[in-house]
Ligand binder design. Structure first.
Ligand code: COI
Length: 356
C-alpha cells in the first residue's frame, strides 16, 4: 500500500522544545500517520498528514468497550548522524498479538515498519540530539464503528504519533522507589495482561496514584491468584540480580513481553550470566534482600530503558537495595543497550533499523 504524504508547509511547523523541557510525552511533532480499516475492505487510505485531532462518533466502540491497543518504540539520533529504530519487528508482532486478543485486525509487520520509518523520516528534525533523549513513537489502534452491541467493531483507525522525550522517570537513570501492592491486581490468568491494551493501563492507575501519594514512583504488581508471585511494574518489566543468577518473572500470560526485557535476557546469556525466566515470589525477593544475596533490582522498558530500583516497599516496610544506588549490572545493561541504540556500540545482532 502506498502512503500519501501531506506535509505541513515549513513556515507552519511548530517550534521544538528545548532539551530541558522534554519530559515524557508532552510535545507532539508536526505530522502523524493514519489509516482506516473497514471489514471486507481491509486497511486502506494510508497517509501522513498534519498532526490533528480526530473526530469520533459518540457511539464509537472504543469509547464504550475499550477496544484499543498501542505500542511504544523510539527513534535515536546517533552521533554519526544516523537515526535508528530498535527492534521494531518486535513491536509489530506484539501489536498483532494484542490486536488478535482484542478481536481487532492485524497489520502486516513489514508495512508497520515501513509506516514508522516514513513518519520518522519526515520528522527527522524532531529526533532530539541531547544525551538520553529520543523520539518516542506511539502506534495506536482504536475501534471507530458506531454501535452499542458488545461485539468486535467492523471499523478501526490506526495512527502513529511521535513525541520528543527525555527520561520517563524524573529520577532519570537514578534509582526509583517502588511500592509492592497486594491490594490491587493488574491482570488475571486468561486475561489481557500480555497485551498492550489501553485498558491495562486504566486498571493500573488507582494503585499508582496511591503509591505516588506516599512517595513511590510506581507499583510492583503481584499475581492475581495468590498475590505472591512478582509480575511487572506496568510501565516496565522487573529483574532481580541475585549473587548466583539474574531472575525475571516468566511470561505467564499476565506479563507484557517487553522488548528491553528480551534484550537484557539475550545480553545476559551472551555475557555468561545465569539468566532465569521463572516464577519468583515476593518472599524470595525480601529474603534475598535480608540475607544480602539480592544485589540489584532494576526495571526494563522502552520508555524507562533500564531503571534501577533503590527501594521496595512491602507490607509497611521499606527495603533498601544496593544502598539506594545504581548498581554495576544495571549500568552495564544501560550502557550496552543505549550504546547500540545510539550507534556508539556495534550492533552485532541486527537489532537496529536505520531510517534513511
Ligand atoms: C513503553 O515503555 O513504551 C510503554 O509503553 C510504557 C508506558 C509509558 C505506557
Amino acid at each position: 500500500m502506498r502512503i500519501e504524504i501531506h506535509p505541513v508547509p515549513p513556515q507552519e511547523r511548530k517550534a521544538k522544545p528545548q532539551p530541558s523541557e522534554l519530559g515524557f510525552g508532552q510535545h507532539f511533532t508536526d505530522h502523524m500517520f493514519i489509516m482506516d480499516y473497514i471489514h471486507n475492505k481491509g486497511w486502506h487510505k494510508a497517509r501522513i498528514v498534519p498532526y490533528q485531532a480526530i473526530t469520533l462518533d459518540p457511539a464509537a466502540l472504543i469509547l464504550h468497550y475499550a477496544q484499543a491497543v498501542f505500542e511504544g518504540l523510539k527513534a535515536y539520533h546517533g552521533e554519526d548522524g544516523q537515526i535508528r529504530l530498535f527492534r521494531p519487528d518486535m513491536n509489530a508482532r506484539r501489536l498483532n498479538a494484542s490486536a488478535e486478543r482484542l478481536c481487532m485486525p492485524t497489520i502486516d509487520p513489514g508495512f508497520f515498519i515501513h509506516a514508522v520509518k516514513a513518519l520518522v523520516d519526515l520528522e527527522r528534525d524532531w529526533v532530539p540530539r541531547a544525551q538520553g533523549a529520543s523520539l518516542y513513537i506511539r502506534p495506536t489502534m482504536i475501534a471507530t464503528e458506531p454501535a452499542l452491541g458488545v461485539r468486535p467493531a467492523l471499523e478501526y483507525l490506526f495512527f502513529i504519533i511521535t513525541s520528543p522525550v527525555g527520561a520517563y522517570y524524573k529520577e532519570g537513570f537514578n534509582p526509583v522507589k517502588i511500592m509492592v501492592t497486594d491490594r490491587y491486581v493488574r491482570a488475571v490468568p486468561g486475561g489481557i495482561g500480555y497485551t498492550k491494551a489501553a485498558a491495562n493501563y486504566a486498571a493500573s492507575l488507582k494503585a499508582a496514584q496511591e503509591a505516588q501519594a506516599q512517595g513511590y514512583s510506581q507499583v510492583l504488581w503481584l499475581d492475581a491468584r495468590e498475590r505472591r508471585f512478582v509480575e511487572e511494574v506496568g510501565t516496565m518489566n522487573i529483574f532481580f540480580h541475585f549473587k548466583d543468577a539474574l531472575v525475571t518473572p516468566a511470561l505467564s500470560g499476565s506479563i507484557l513481553p517487553g522488548v528491553t526485557r528480551d534484550s537484557v535476557i539475550q545480553l545476559a546469556r551472551e555475557w555468561d550470566l545465569e539468566a532465569q525466566e521463572r516464577p519468583i515470589t515476593i518472599e524470595e525477593v525480601i529474603e534475598g534482600l535480608e540475607e544480602g544475596r539480592l544485589l540489584e533490582v532494576f526495571g526494563t522498558g522502552t520508555a524507562a530503558v533500564i531503571s534501577p530500583v533503590g527501594v521496595l516497599h512491602y507490607k509497611e516496610r521499606d527495603y533498601t537495595i544496593n544502598q539506594g544506588e545504581t548498581g554495576p549490572l544495571a549500568r552495564r545493561f544501560f550502557e550496552e543497550i543505549t550504546g547500540i541504540q545510539y550507534g556508539t556500540r556495534p550492533d552485532t545482532r541486527g537489532w537496529t533499523v536505520t531510517v534513511e
